[in-house]
Design a binder for this molecule. Structure first.
Ligand SMILES: Cc1cc2nc3c(=O)[nH]c(=O)nc-3n(C[C@H](O)[C@H](O)[C@H](O)COP(=O)(O)O)c2cc1C
Length: 285
């Protein structure tokens, strides 16, 4: 299995756990041997605590009796950057790297969150900027489709840390390639492609649920994003994310040019899946 280098940080495996789908990592430690996982990407951390959205927060998208997607509207519940420092020390006890997913309600808040976390006893190994959350009124996707906002956020974040900066984009922008270019100019080291897409499902008991769609149905969209960006920027480091649940999925994304993959919704179905996928692909990726 290949070591993946992003910025100056080495990740021992190209299989990462996606933000928001693995808690803070240690919740999965009875199921997953973390030595086989390149990194845990934490749930998004904002400057101030956020309560998130009221329930219901998740629902399945079912086609012909088979769940092909998950719609979630968690609303980035988290304890805020200062309180998160204690949690970070706990996550750092796992034998894997920790990528902290950062979220800001304003452009400058991303850098502020990084600033607070840089002052921790136990530091992160990299930051992933969430410029793509569809479930919030302010921030996230609103910034991630706007070239000026992307430029400012990456620029301000870059000034606060020497750790790798990974930018996570929505597939929902016509400007994806331009946004990647701008981010690279401002010092981003890698890109996570991609996040959930705005969607809605209907449950006859609870009504309509609006949220971000993840799971197998997202794979072709994420694959297209990876191919499109690699076509223009062959050297860009891309961490693929979207509907990955089998070894074939991993092969498809690696062959498309990704250097690593993130396992998301698949962990809800089988919390051991990331380790299983590691064992199945250890000799091939
Ligand atoms: C319940 C849930 C919570 C999520 N929370 C976050 C988050 O806090 N920050 C973020 O960048 N992405 C978040 N995501 C998006 C995932 O990290 C991932 O990009 C997306 O689910 C697509 O991958 P998948 O199809 O393998 O799940 C969340 C996804 C789910 C399902």
């Amino acid at each position: 299995m290949k070591v993946v280098t992003i910025g100056k940080t080495e990740f021992s495996s190209p299989i990462f756990l996606a933000s928001g789908t693995a808690g803070y990592g240690y919740e999965l430690s009875e199921f997953v041997d973390f030595r086989k996982i390149g990194a845990v990407v934490t749930k998004g951390v904002s400057k101030n605590p956020r309560e998130g959205n009221p329930p219901p927060r998740v629902g399945e998208f079912v086609v012909y009796g088979v769940a092909v997607g998950l719609v979630n509207t968690i609303g980035l519940q988290n304890p805020g950057a200062k309180n998160f420092k204690k949690i970070l020390s706990e996550i750092k006890k796992l034998p894997t790297k920790v990528v902290v997913n950062v979220f800001g309600e304003s452009e400058k808040e991303y850098g502020e969150v990084i600033n607070i976390l840089e002052d921790s006893e136990q530091k992160a190994d990299a930051y992933e900027l969430n410029l793509s959350c569809p479930n919030t009124k302010k921030g996230g996707m609103e910034f991630g489709v706007n070239p000026k906002a992307v430029s400012k956020i990456v620029n301000l974040s870059r000034k606060k840390t020497e750790l790798p900066i990974i930018v996570k984009f929505s597939p929902f922008s016509e400007l994806l390639k331009e946004l990647v270019k701008i981010s690279m100019q401002e010092g981003a080291d890698a890109f996570t492609l991609t996040n959930t897409i705005p969607s809605a499902i209907r449950d006859y008991k609870v009504g309509f649920l609006k949220g971000g769609l993840s799971g197998p149905v997202l794979k072709p969209i994420a694959l297209r994003c990876v191919l499109d960006v690699k076509e223009v920027f062959p050297d860009a480091k891309i961490i693929a994310c979207g509907g990955i649940s089998t070894r074939e999925d991993i092969k498809d994304f690696i062959d498309a040019g990704a250097c690593a993959v993130q396992i998301g919704t698949a962990s809800f179905l089988n919390p051991k899946i990331s380790e299983i996928l590691h064992d199945q692909t250890v000799d091939s990726v």
